[in-house]
Design a protein around this ligand. Structure first.
Ligand code: F3S
Length: 411
């Protein structure tokens, strides 16, 4: 039996950063409490509890000698104001990608726009986003809910509306919602704020689920991105199982199975993934090469700094996927490039920029050099679909992090 572990399995950059923040404070002998569990992984939360980390539900529960850590999901603006006015010592470990959504939403509110959020209204990240808006905010989880929302609030179709997505939102559903929105809401400004790490993870899960007989998804049962991975895998592979730890694996699942794909949520520690792979290998024997690969990859990831994690995210794309394209032609809907592989490359307006209103003809000139990611190759047609937006999202991490680190230093 062959076990294939997703390259994207395990901590994402934002979670790695938040968890490292807590460990660094502990290593510096600080007393730490977190506003809610630092990640949706009970095993890691238990481990931190053993080192004295308390979970508080309200900032005012922070003791005088404690440092409060705000987790990667982010919080409403009012929470930060409460922390600051109570002079609580704190570190804001909000993921820079989530902070970016807060910024989009608060600026849109200042311009008087209503806000639409694609996401789960009960999820902490969405609650934080809502709390950074000062104009009316509405959430929807799919095209049907969006359609119902617009029926009950017909004024939205005529007014200025800014649309964002929860970072872990399903990419395909978001695209469908955007197509629908563009037809009915003529003044909608759409920002695709799905995190690149999430999109890559979901794409890889989809790919693995299509070619494996059985899929194992490892992650917290209350983790939003793990549940989404489960639905993505289940859609193409009926034998998909979600586990939190290795001891939930059952030998009967693997009967007559030739190929197993393994994916893991953004808040799943490498140690738990390793244990699950080891257990599967013991169930099915013989142990295969993927275990060796996992030992190397995950061991080094555990020890990574933020910068290394960023590099690893970029490297995960493999050098085959990152290319430089020279612009050959520009139309209002797409850019054509030569990227040196005997294929014609195309970048749609959607994949060029986060800004749905980008004017390609004004912005791009023939001869410009663009850093790009290959999304899809069609060998028969000799074409490739490329993305500048996704490259920028990853490459922009270091700048966002540097800016964010500056803020943290001022606390
Ligand atoms: Fe941040 Fe993306 Fe992870 S938004 S917390 S890097 S899934």
């Amino acid at each position: 039996m062959k076990i294939t572990l997703a390259k994207t399995a395990g901590f994402c950059f934002g979670v790695n950063r938040a968890v490292n923040t807590v460990y660094e404070l502990l290593d510096n002998n600080k007393k730490v409490c977190t506003l809610g569990p630092i990640i949706h992984n009970p095993q890691l939360v238990d481990e931190l509890e053993k080192r004295g980390v308390r979970i508080v539900q309200q900032p005012l529960e922070t003791k005088d000698d404690e440092m409060l850590v705000i987790r990667s999901h982010g919080v409403p603006r009012s929470t930060i104001e409460q922390v600051e006015s109570a002079k609580i010592n704190y570190v804001d470990a909000t993921c820079p990608f989530v902070s970016k959504i807060h910024k989009i939403v608060s600026e849109a509110s200042l311009n008087g726009n209503s806000i639409l959020i694609a996401g789960d209204s009960k999820h902490s990240e969405v609650i934080g986003i809502v709390g950074n808006a000062t104009t009316p905010v509405y959430t929807f989880s799919d095209e049907n809910e969006l359609s119902e929302l617009l029926k009950t609030h017909p004024n939205l179709t005529q007014s200025n509306v800014t649309v964002v997505s929860q970072t872990t939102f399903n990419e395909k559903i978001f695209k469908k919602c955007c197509i629908f929105l563009k037809k009915v809401c003529t003044n909608a400004i759409v920002f695709d704020t799905i995190c690149n790490a999430t999109a890559l993870r979901q794409q890889e899960a989809d790919k693995l689920a299509r070619v494996n007989d059985l899929m194992v998804v490892i992650g917290g049962k209350h983790s939003s991105n793990t549940s989404k991975l489960y639905s993505v895998c289940k859609a193409s592979c009926d034998r998909t199982f979600l586990i939190e730890t290795a001891d939930e694996l059952k030998a009967e699942w693997f009967k007559d199975v030739q190929n197993v794909g393994v994916v893991a949520g953004a808040s799943t520690p490498a140690r738990i993934i390793k244990e699950a792979i080891k257990t599967m290998s013991e169930i099915v024997k013989p142990v295969d090469e993927q275990v060796e690969e996992l030992n190397t990859v995950q061991k080094s990831f555990d020890e990574m700094t933020d910068e290394e994690a960023f590099e690893a995210s970029l490297n995960n794309l493999t050098s085959d996927q990152k290319v430089v394209g020279i612009v050959l032609a520009v139309t209002p809907t797409e850019v054509q490039v030569d990227f040196g592989r005997g294929l014609t490359g195309y970048i749609s307006a959607d994949e060029y920029s986060f800004d749905s209103n980008v004017n390609l003809v004004e912005e791009v000139k023939v001869g410009d050099e663009l850093n790009l990611i290959i999304m899809r190759i069609n060998d028969q047609e000799g074409t490739a679909m490329l993305s500048k937006r996704r490259y920028d999202a990853i490459a922009g991490w270091d700048k966002i992090v540097a800016a964010k680190e500056k803020e943290v230093m001022q606390i």
